[in-house]
Design a protein around this ligand. Sequence first.
Ligand code: GTP
Ligand code: MG
Length: 205
Amino acid sequence: MDVLEAEFLMTAVNVAGLPPPLFAELAFAGRSNVGKSSLINSLAQRKKLARTSSTPGCTRGLNLFRLTLRGDAKLDFVDLPGYGFAQRSKTERLSWGPMIEGFLKQRVGLRGVVLLVDIRRGLEDEEHELLEFLAHIGQRALVVATKTDRLPANKRKPAGMALTKASGVSAIPFSAHTGDGRDELWRALLRMAAIGQPAATAVKQ
Ligand code: GTP
Ligand code: MG
């Protein structure tokens, strides 16, 4: 997938602070440091669109990005702050749950949520809770198993299949460092956002 333009629009502290949705929107959720912002950069083919860091807790607030795809379709991404990171102040930690939950529940136009899971870590309580929450509010979910470059090649596919089984939703193995799984992930995201594949890409496949 070629991304013609990619821009950072804004950060909001709650769903009310975001502009009204104009285009199809997908959100990226997951544990702190799992690679959400790196995945957005990889999908957008931009190195520094979303801020990344080896220190957990890098992304705060709801970060809105707008991508222009081949064929001029627009797609918005929301990079969510990571959960499960203990070193933040208590007030900040307490405000994040409602911020993420409020966004997922109230954001009109949200077409789906991509839940990132470290391929070596698998699903833990928080991921099960989030998937249950999404099912409860009727929001579509997709699981991405990140950092596949850290597993030997022959272990990646089985790990992805195990995650699909454990989560009950389709899991795609992915690496922001090598680009492994990028095309498959783009296809799944376009399906989830209900955006048709641009003709040129469809012909090539
Ligand atoms: P928060 O904003 O804190 O929630 O983190 P995040 O989920 O946005 O993670 P981020 O993209 O900032 O990446 C965290 C760390 O993981 C950085 O050091 C990245 O370089 C690293 N990382 C991200 N994706 C990959 C990957 O595919 N492979 C490897 N090996 N490292 C990765
Ligand atoms: Mg981040």
